[in-house]
Write a protein that binds this ligand. Sequence first.
Ligand SMILES: [Zn+2]
Length: 321
Amino acid sequence: MNKLVQGLALNTMKTGLIYHPIFLQHDTGDHHPERASRLQAILRKLKKTGLIDKLDLVEPGAAQVEDVALAHSRDYITSVEEACKNAPANLDPDTVVSRDSYRAALFAAGAVVKAADLVINGEARNAFCMVRPPGHHARTGQAMGFCLFNNVAIGAKYVQKRYGIGRIAIIDWDVHHGNGTEEIFYKDPSVLYISLHQYPHYPGTGKAGDTGEDRGKGFNLNIPMQASSGNDEYIKVFKDKVTPKLKDFNPEFVFISAGFDGHRDDPLSSTNLTETGYHEMTCMIKELAPGRLVSVLEGGYNLFSLADSAHSHISALTLTN
Ligand SMILES: [Zn+2]
């Protein structure tokens, strides 16, 4: 497709909102911060403002186990399935599963696969996957930090396998370092992982000096942020570090690990981002990745700031320029 035709097509396509009600059935108990009401709060906000009318609401299917196995060991996948049969169970001190959690996790990964298909096939201009459980702490063989399967990592591996796309960038602005995503791609020069995260903070990883290993050296960019950082600090880092690194890498496809727990009202962080910061960061990434951008929900635990921030992010995704 030439650039003009591609541009016209992009302007008429909608942003996809990939969501399935099964995400509400991943039951973490009454007092867990990562709970079903998070997604209901975002949905309510999208309906209240009418933004939902500008989106293509798409229900995903479950990811194929062979696609999940692109990022996880078969033994680990089976162990999650078995744990859910014996639910409720704790996979780590923070990570709880119910009977439906395995299916919900397969659908969460399936949402990213579906979003990638829609965007690559020109059926959506970009997409937001409103999923839970989240993914970026999930390691090859270990659940961690509310995460079962690493949705973004599965999506990146799927895009490479299914479409033969080479260079993929993952930008992770969840306030916690995405240790699982980093680990999965640490030796892989085809996937650039960029994380901005409060440091020091959970899960303890994410040092600036951790830049990748072997052939992957230089393709892992950790940007530790001070606890008091807000919109100004994040935007400056985007301009000074993220944008130049992305331009240099020239990705063919881009994923965002979009956690909104860096908001100033979030109970799990001390950073001071607001809806405006998320909007601006979205616009900056979107400009560099027209027609090849999929965003995936990670954290965000204050229902109001989560709904407002996700709304602001999705609203930026729908802008035609
Ligand atoms: Zn987080």
